[in-house]
Design a protein around this ligand. Structure first.
Ligand code: DQA
Length: 146
């Protein structure tokens, strides 16, 4: 089982600053992830929340059932020690995804608490980043794909 978690404002994907985040909706991202996960033989749970405590709750849940977490913490990337602590309590693989290239943007986006835990980081590949993260996590969690 792989958890794919999305932070605040990503529910507006496709409508929000499309010059930065593109025109694809989060529902579109979810269906592409589900399609690829099926090909890779991975079960996925896909969630989005604007509330930090809900994301932390899903990370706690993942401790019991998941081999990996793909997370786009959105703005919480740059602020949340609580999400970092939750991820530090998770023993599987963690991949951090950003749709935009955060390093090309404002200085406050250059620091990520989550990167202190992430096994890999993907930024600036648009929504394709989620699919790349799934391919990587499949290699990490399914030994014969290594
Ligand atoms: C983001 C980048 C963050 O800095 C921003 O707050 C987001 C989205 C991205 O996917 O590019 O909401 O995580």
């Amino acid at each position: 089982m792989i958890y794919i978690l999305n932070g605040p404002n990503l529910n507006l994907l496709g409508k929000r600053q499309p010059h930065i985040y593109g025109h694809e909706t989060l529902q579109g991202v979810e269906s592409q992830c589900r399609e690829l996960a099926a090909e890779l033989d991975l079960a996925v749970r896909f969630h989005q929340s604007n509330a930090e405590h809900e994301i932390i709750g899903w990370i706690h849940e993942a401790r019991e059932v998941a081999a990996g977490i793909i997370i786009n913490p959105a703005a919480f990337t740059h602020t949340s020690v609580a999400i970092l602590d939750a991820l530090n309590a998770f023993e599987g693989e963690v991949i951090e995804v950003h749709i935009s290239n955060v390093h090309k943007r404002e200085a406050f986006r250059h620091h990520s608490y989550v990167s202190l835990r992430a096994d890999g980081v993907i930024a600036g590949f648009g929504t394709q980043g989620y699919l790349l993260a799934l391919q990587r996590i499949a290699r990490l969690v399914i030994p014969e794909q290594n």
